[in-house]
Design a protein around this ligand. Sequence first.
Ligand code: DC
Length: 227
Amino acid sequence: MSKIVIAIDGFSSTGKSTIAKQLAKQLNYIYVDTGAMYRAVTYFALEKDLIGEGFFHSEALINILDEIRITFKFNEALGFAEVYLNGKNIEKDIRTLKVSQYVSPVATISEIRQKLVEQQQLMGKDKGIVMDGRDIGTVVFPDAELKVFMTASAETRAQRRYKELLERGHNLSYDDVLENVTTRDRIDSTREDSPLVKAEDAIEIDNSDLTIESQLDSLLKLVKALV
Ligand code: DC
């Protein structure tokens, strides 16, 4: 059976990664979470004190981009690949509200996008890949055989993210999470370089009221029709 590239884009917390991971597993494809890569750069910038409350030394970050090496390593127990920064597993460290608060400004920088997009294109060169993000169907793989654009109301998404963060033991309010979701939507959709937009040929799925099973089922049918 021939292998294809599946691009999944959409707003934050639309459940892209949940669906993408399961789809990849069913198809025996590689799954790549590109948000994790932007989060890794943000984590690096925070560690180096290049971004924080009221400041962002973007030029200084651009100057040391060569010091950043992002890799993924499959974790059998978890069933997906965890992200590493210069050899250190940072999968948990990048999922905090703090990293979420600074990642959108970091993702506006063209030099950073260029570096990560190049790496993403290499990862998908042999196809058989499910990649999720904001610009996969528009910039990274404009020729992807299947493009999906996921949406859901901001409240539904904030509720999901809030529950997830609480379960992981984070102490925060629903309002903070909602604020983060709407701020990121705004920055991600209005930035100059590769803004979050639906590719013309993407299939839009509003999953506010859909189960994971039904979404997966529909996507598997779409894939089967293509391979
Ligand atoms: O998918 P996520 O919430 O982990 O992504 C974190 C941020 O990274 C998101 O707010 C915007 C940015 N991002 C991006 O600009 N391009 C991508 N392909 C993926 C993520």
